[in-house]
Design a protein around this ligand. Sequence first.
Ligand code: NA7
Length: 532
Amino acid sequence: MVPENFDAIVVGAGFAGLYMLHRLRQNGLRTIAVEAGADVGGTWYWNRYPGARCDIESLQYSYSFDERLQQDWHWSERYAAQPEILKYINHVADRFDLRRDIRFGRRVTDMDWSTDACLWHLRTDLGEKLNARFAVMATGCLSAARTPDMPGLEDFRGTAYYTGAWPHHEVKFTGQSVAVIGTGSTGIQVIPKIAHEARHLTVFQRTANFTLPARNGVLDAEHEKTWKRDYPAMRDKAGKSERALIQSAPQCSVFDVDAVERERVFAEHWQRGGLDFVRSFTDLVADEKANAVAADFVRARIAEIVEKPETAEVLKPRGIPLGARRICLDTDYYATYNRPNVTLVDLRAEPLVRFTATGIETASRRHELDAVVFATGFDAMIGALSAIQIKGVRETLAEKWTRGITNYLGLAPAGFPNFFTVTGPGSPGILCNVVVAIEQHVEWISDCIDYLCRNQFRAIESNNDAEENWFNHANEVASKTMFMTAKNSWHISPELPGRPRTLMPYAGGFADYTKICCDVAAANYCGFKLIR
Ligand code: NA7
């Protein structure tokens, strides 16, 4: 095929890819986006399992770049469900006429940089050859679904479903015996839904997670009005916060109040619902002892809700602080275990041995099944990038990252000129309200490209030193948080020979991160080589 030439290519057409395409086009660059899905949406296109819902409030989990868009759009619920979010993303694509520059239904398989031509050469699985001066990876940090290699799965005659690649046709579990494997955010959302439909549901849990009640409901009209009255100011406030999110402000330490008052404050936040529970007091995230008090409160609620004490015990998270792994939000998760058609299997006590033709065999039991739902998570942050053969100046990104997952500012890995990642490793995106982080990254990248074009630079590449310093700074910041206390968390990098495991997202907070990025740009992109 004859190569086609562009100024910029964006890989992915989810929240990040769409806005990136829009910005680059606004800046006058001939840009296309390449998307594996048949339509826009990214994560929200693929994760259409029953119960899929955002755990950031709708009024905040949306674009802020266009005032009319945010005024016009009406969210129906406090936390939007996947179909509504996908509808919103489609609306944005239509409103800004983005589809005409998106190539759907193809994957970028490999791409390599030519220093002489100052071009990225990309190839897709349809055999297309695409050249561009700039490449932006908007491939998502939770987009490469993990499908564990389970013994005997090929023998299973029932149906296997993967939450991260849910069928586009309606799936009915009525009358069936169904298993769900995995109890992260996804499992916790899908389990109550399947329990209502299936004849029997067996949940296979390896690690119990902390989940808080979402208390979802119809979006309060007054609340919406308050936000829309001065949306830009609300967005500005969120952008200056640690998690790119407006949350309640805790008043005092857990230890400043007596036990009765402590219970009252916790109960009030529990009743209100949402992630604000971790902001009941000032020190829940920072202080181990304070955190343990909050974790005890949650365990007591589990014991209260779940009728069978032995099931409640298995559901109680132990051994890691509240928030060291991603906290989940749920609707009726714990109460689901009171249903007569739901069984919980603790894989730590009763390990999975193999799949058989008719179900799953654990150490001492056989579970007859019609269907299995894998809610087993993602190859987070690096999975989608590593799936593409990306060859920079000397080596591929996958080869580079065998020496440690380094990426200056989470935006630009050294050795990869004119190449940017949105919410890549080293970015705070996934620890924050990710849509706000995406907007910040996209604006920084498009401003950077604009700067290069206006000042007749052909290319930009981060320096090894700057990248190493960012990596060290990120690790130092991470070491002061509780994230590293979780032995098993998708936030932490995979095991690499001779390298300590590191926290992949930047934990220094969104506000500080944004300031650092602004300072770098203001100092004529310090830490980067600018090439004429
Ligand atoms: P997560 O949070 O990574 O959860 C995956 C779950 O699957 C978790 O409970 C895992 O147990 C379990 N798992 C993974 N592999 C296996 C095997 N082999 N056997 C049994 N159980 C297994 O992914 P989610 O999709 O739920 O959520 C990801 C993010 O998406 C979420 O945080 C939001 O930001 C949106 P483990 O804990 O590893 O023992």
